[in-house]
Every structure is written in C-alpha cells, then in structure tokens.
Design a protein around this ligand. Structure first.
Ligand code: HEM
Length: 390
C-alpha cells in the first residue's frame, strides 16, 4: 500500500518545514492520512491513531529506543531511556518500585510545603515560576533537596532554551552534576529516590536522566495548568484538579513526538515497515484528532469525567516504557496547584499557543497575578494532596 505524504519541497523534502514549523507539518501530514511519510534527513513514518500507537509502543522487541530521536540529546541518551529489550524490562521493574504512587506517598507533605513556600505573591510569568518550583520539587523527590540549587539550575537551564541548546554536549556541567549526585548517593537523605537507588551501579545515570526527563516536561505542563486555573471563573477545590491536569496534558502534551527504530521488517496498521525505519507517534496529533476528541482545540476539563481512554490519550506514552515519572509528575502538579485554588489567581493576558522544541512549551508569556480581593474573601489554607492514579 502506498503511504500518504504531505506536500514536500523538491530536493529538500520536508526538512525545512520540520525545522521551522513542525506542528504545521504534522497537521498537514495528518490531513493526508492516518499514517504518512516524511522525507527528513531520512524517511520516517508517522501515525497517530490508537492502533498505530499500540503497535509502536507495546512491542519493545521490534521498536527500539537506541538510534531514535532521544539519542540526539545528551540529557536523554542515557539510563533507562537508552535501554532496549531484553534489558529494559527487568531494570524498569526495579525502578518502577521507587516511582510508584505508594513509594512517593511519603513525599507529598514535603512537596506541599514547597508549593506553599513558592506561591506567587505578585504578577509572575507562569513559565518562570513553574520552572523554579519544579526544580525544587525534583531536588526534594530525587535527592532530598541535597543538590545545591544553583548547580541544578545551571544543569537544567539548556532545557529551557530553544534548539539546538538542549542537543549540545556539555561535559563540564554533566561532570559536576554527576559528582553532586554521587555525593548524595554516598549519604542519601531518608525518603528520597536516591536513597533507594544507592548502591546500584547505574544510580548516577538513572537519577540524572530522570531529573532531565522530568524537568521541562513537568514545568511546561504546570505553566499551562496554572494559567488555565487562573482563567477559570469559579473556584476549583484541590481534590478536583485531575480533570484540569488531564486536559492540559491533552492539549499541550510536553512529549509531542516520540520515535522508535524498527529492528525487523514488520507492518503496522496495514503499512509495511522495513527494518531500520524510524517510526514516530505523536501525542499532539492523537490528542487533536477530531475523530477521537470532539471539538479538539477547546479547553474542556469535563471531557475527562468518564476517565482517560487508553491509546488515544498518551501524554505519558503507554505500554512497557510509559513514563517512569508519571506518578511523580502528577503529584508535583497537584501539589503545586493545590494552594492556588484558594487564594485565587487571575490571568493577565497571555498566549498559550504551544511551541515545539525538545518538548512542547508555551510559545508566549503566560502572566498571572494574585487576585487580592478574592484572597481576602477566601483565606483557606490547603494541606497535602492525595496521590491518585497516573
Ligand atoms: C508532565 C510531565 C511529564 C510528561 C508529559 C512526560 C512524558 C513522557 C513520555 C511521553 C515518555 C515516553 C517517551 C518515549 O519513549 O517515547 C516519557 C518517558 C520517560 N519519562 Fe516522562 N514525562 C513527564 C515527567 C517525568 C518525570 C517527573 C520523570 C522522572 C522523575 C520522568 C521520567 C521519564 C523517564 C525516565 C522516561 C523513560 C522511560 C523508559 O524509557 O522506560 N518523566 N515521559
């Protein structure tokens, strides 16, 4: 069967559009068919319907991570992200224990405390506020807050910048962060993930990769979430934040594109996939497919009243290599937003249009301010939040 293809430029193929307007290119591809090909520096196949997502994400023997797009950045070309079958499954099982909702339950008081301490006091840009808070939260969760914050900020800063900044090798800062993680592992504060990984030969690499994978993804999600929360007319109770978070993750999935390399000749959703082909799945396209999501560009948290559909909702991917930090991300998001349901915030303008880079990020500023009149009317303090399912 011939594979659909959006319009391409002679000789260059889709490379220019991929660099300059990847979301527009993906949408043009989706209009051409449920599976389409792009001519980048190599031919890639892209699909976004549930059957494609399942085929790509459920079969780790055939669809491999090594050689895929994550290998282009030193922040992700390591640890479990860079491990394939058969080693992936046993190592993931061991790591899952330390990132489960149960294991993370002990952290919720500490994260709630950080959220209250970093509550916006005046007008702030949601992205800058979210980046700093998530950095503190990850430091608490992974390292018991034992890594010096300026070092953490320097290590993570390139992830906040445009491409190619996150792709460049940075051996000096990587060496310094590895040394700091080694120091934490030598005497880990009780209750943090480092305490559980101490003694494992790959502990430094796994912790560094989790830190990098968890930072900009969660920070961008939090920025959009707090901005939408600030725009709501009514007051939301902290226990009712999940639908808002779900809808933010649907419209703005930080992991907007994922890739694998086919290890053998195979076929997916009726399309033949020769060995060595790069295949992409796109939570961005899946989440905006009108066949799967009525009125897909509308922000409507209530659409999650009946749960989250599998394979057509994949902000954390799905299958055996679903996001290791999904529980932690949701816990950080709930903890950060809880104290902001009351006292209340207000949007002051802002542009939530997503801009793709290594992850999807807010393209414009998202300013929010404290609505002091509502704070006076509703001075209720908010305690730790529940650790729900991911
Ligand atoms: C809202 C926040 C987050 C989003 C949207 C997100 C999204 C994702 C997605 C889509 C993947 C699959 C990538 C692929 O294989 O194609 C992934 C994997 C991963 N994520 Fe997250 N993530 C978030 C937060 C976190 C946090 C907080 C951590 C760690 C503390 C983390 C650690 C990881 C790791 C280690 C993997 C690789 C898992 C494996 O290959 O087995 N993520 N994430």
């Amino acid at each position: 069967m011939s594979v659909a293809m959006p319009p391409a430029i002679p000789l260059l193929g889709h490379l220019w559009d991929w660099t300059a307007h990847p979301l527009r290119l993906l949408s043009a591809g989706a209009a051409a068919g449920p599976v389409f090909q792009l001519r980048l520096w190599r031919r890639v196949l892209v699909g976004y319907r549930p059957e494609w997502n399942r085929a790509i994400l459920a079969d780790l023997d055939t669809f491999r991570s090594v050689g895929s797009l994550s290998g282009l950045t030193p922040y992700l070309a390591a640890g479990i992200v860079h491990t394939d079958a058969p080693e992936h499954q046993p190592r993931r099982r061991q790591l899952n224990r330390h990132f489960s909702a149960r294991a993370l339950g002990t952290l919720s008081d500490r994260l709630a405390e950080l959220a209250v301490r970093h509550r916006p006091q005046a007008t702030v840009d949601a992205s800058a506020w979210a980046g700093a808070l998530v950095r503190h939260m990850l430091n608490a969760a992974l390292f018991g807050s034992a890594v010096p914050d300026p070092l953490l900020a320097r290590f993570l800063a390139p992830l906040d910048r445009r491409l190619p900044a996150p792709m460049l090798p940075r051996p000096r800062i990587f060496g310094r962060i590895d040394a700091a993680i080694a120091a934490v592992l030598a005497a880990p504060p009780p209750g943090c993930v480092a305490e559980h990984l101490a003694g494992a030969p790959d502990a430094i690499e796994q912790l560094r990769t989790a830190l990098a994978a968890g930072y900009d993804t969660t920070a961008h999600t939090l920025a959009w979430a707090v901005w939408h929360l600030a725009g709501e007319a009514g007051q939301r109770v902290p226990d009712d934040l999940d639908p808002l978070i779900d809808e933010v993750l649907r419209l703005y999935p930080a992991g907007w594109i994922g890739s694998r390399i086919a290890a053998r000749d195979t076929s997916c959703a009726g399309i033949s996939v020769p060995a060595g082909t790069m295949v992409l799945y796109s939570p961005y396209l899946t989440h905006r497919d009108p066949l799967l999501w009525p009125d897909p560009t509308a922000f409507r948290p209530q659409r999650f009243a009946h749960g989250r559909p599998s394979w057509s909702y994949l902000p954390f991917a799905a299958g055996p290599r679903t996001c290791l930090g999904a529980h932690l991300a949701r816990l950080m998001l709930r903890s950060a937003l809880g104290p902001l349901c009351s006292p209340a915030l207000r949007q002051c303008g802002g542009d939530p249009t997503p801009r793709p880079g290594l992850t999807l990020r807010p393209g414009g500023r998202l300013p929010i301010e404290v609505d002091h009149a509502r704070v006076r009317r509703s001075p209720r303090a908010v305690g730790p939040v529940n650790v729900g399912r991911p």
